[in-house]
Design a protein around this ligand. Structure first.
Ligand code: TRP
Length: 354
C-alpha cells in the first residue's frame, strides 16, 4: 500500500482547502455509511460503493458507518438488527472494502460519537431542522402515526458521524446533500464559536457525488428495497433474470439511449453499460432494432457477469461468522479511539474540562 503524504490531484476538486486539513494526518479521510435495513442493491453499488472502493485504492483513510440508530427514524423498532448489520457488512466486504485499511463500525457502539450530538444540537435552530427537504420527504413516507424527535434531529447526529473522525470527503447520493449542508453548518458554527480564527477544530467536509446518473428500478421508479424493484448484490442469477425480465420498457422497438424521453429503456441500457464499463449510447446503438427482448437478455448477462465474483466472495464470507464479528469489533475499537480523541478536543474548546 502506498502512503500518501498529501491529497492526490484527483481529490483537488472535492477536498477542502489545505488550511482545514490536519497536517499531522497524511491521508484524505473519507466517511460514509448506510442504514442497516437490508441488502444493498445495484443503485447503491453505482451510486456510492464503487466510489468508496476507488477512494480506498487511492490511499484514502476510509470510515464506513453502519447507522443503526438511524433505522429508528421512521419506525418504532428495528427488526432483526444483528441480521441486517451482518448483511451490510457482507456487502461491504464483498465489493472490496478492505477491513485492513478501512474502519467499519456501528454508531451505537461509539459513546463518544453520540455525545457530540448534544453540543452540535445547540448549534442549529428548530427552524433549520424543520426545513430539511430529505427529512420532510421521509416524514411524508413514514409508517409512523407521529413524528419522533429522532426524525428531526438525525441529520445532526449524522453530522456527528462525519465530524467525529474529521472527514474531508463524504461520498453520498443526491438525497444526502441537505444532511451534508447541516454537517458543514455545524462544523463552521462550532469553529466560529469555540476556536481561534485560523485554527478550526473541524474541517467542512465536501460531498462526493457519483458520476453515474440515477439508476431506476425495474418498474421505472427510483431503485429502492422497499419498492421491490431493486436488484440486490446478493440476489442469485435466477432472481436477477426474473426481475429484469419483468422490467418496464416502452412500445418503441428501436433501442436508444435517451434518459429524458425514454427513462425506463435508458436505465436498462445504462445498467448494462455500467456493468460492461462501456458507453451507453454505443450499447443502445448495437441493440438497435433487436428490441426490448434483446436489451433484457444483454442487461441480464451483463449484471450477472459483473456480480458473479462479488456474489461468490459474499457467499464465502458468510460462512465465517467469527471473522465478521472480529472485523466489526476491530472497527468499533478504532472508531471509539478516534471519537474519544475528538471529544477531548471538543471539551477543551468548549471549556468543559473539570
Ligand atoms: N443517512 C444515510 C442513509 O440513509 C446513512 C448515513 C448515516 C450516512 N450516517 C452517515 C451517510 C454519514 C453518509 C455519512 O443512507
Amino acid at each position: 500500500m502506498t502512503t500518501l503524504t498529501a491529497a492526490p490531484a484527483a481529490f483537488a476538486a472535492t477536498a477542502p482547502a489545505p488550511a482545514t486539513v490536519s497536517t499531522t494526518r497524511p491521508a484524505v479521510r473519507v466517511l460514509t455509511g448506510d442504514r442497516p435495513t437490508g441488502r444493498l442493491h445495484l443503485g447503491h453499488y453505482f451510486g456510492t460503493l464503487d466510489n468508496r472502493v476507488r477512494l480506498q485504492a487511492r490511499g484514502a483513510d476510509l470510515f464506513v458507518v453502519i447507522a443503526d440508530y438511524q433505522v429508528l427514524t421512521d419506525r418504532d423498532v428495528a427488526d432483526d438488527l444483528p441480521g441486517h448489520v451482518e448483511e451490510l457488512l457482507l456487502d461491504y466486504l464483498a465489493v472490496g472494502i478492505d477491513p485492513e485499511r478501512a474502519t467499519i463500525f456501528t454508531h451505537s457502539a461509539i459513546p463518544a460519537l453520540n455525545q457530540l450530538l448534544l453540543p452540535f444540537l445547540s448549534l442549529v435552530s428548530v427552524g433549520e431542522l424543520r426545513r430539511n427537504p430529505t427529512v420532510k420527504d421521509e416524514i411524508s413516507h413514514s409508517r409512523q402515526a407521529s413524528v419522533s424527535g429522532l426524525m428531526f434531529t438525525y441529520p445532526v447526529h449524522q453530522a456527528a458521524d462525519i465530524l467525529f473522525c474529521k472527514a474531508d470527503v463524504v461520498p453520498v447520493g443526491q438525497d444526502q446533500l441537505p444532511h451534508l449542508e447541516v454537517t458543514r453548518t455545524v462544523a463552521r458554527r462550532f469553529n466560529n464559536r469555540y476556536t481561534e480564527p485560523g485554527s478550526p477544530l473541524f474541517p467542512e467536509p465536501e460531498a462526493l457525488l457519483s458520476a453515474a446518473p440515477l439508476l431506476l428500478g425495474t418498474d421505472g421508479a427510483k431503485m429502492s428495497k422497499s419498492r421491490g424493484n431493486a436488484i440486490a448484490l446478493a440476489a442469485d442469477a435466477d432472481e436477477t433474470a426474473r426481475l429484469l425480465a419483468g422490467a418496464r420498457t416502452d412500445i418503441d422497438r428501436n433501442i436508444t439511449y435517451d434518459p429524458q424521453g425514454r427513462p425506463e429503456v435508458s436505465s436498462l441500457v445504462l445498467l448494462a453499460a455500467l456493468c460492461l464499463d462501456r458507453d451507453p449510447v454505443e450499447v443502445a446503438h448495437e441493440i438497435g432494432s433487436a428490441g426490448a427482448a434483446a436489451l433484457k437478455r444483454l442487461v441480464t448477462e451483463a449484471v450477472n457477469g459483473f456480480l458473479a465474483p462479488i456474489r461468490a466472495r459474499r457467499a464465502e464470507l458468510a460462512r465465517d461468522r467469527g471473522y465478521l464479528r472480529a472485523v466489526l469489533r476491530a472497527g468499533n475499537e478504532r472508531a471509539g479511539a478516534v471519537a474519544e480523541a475528538t471529544l477531548d478536543e471538543v471539551r477543551t474548546a468548549m471549556n468543559s474540562r473539570y
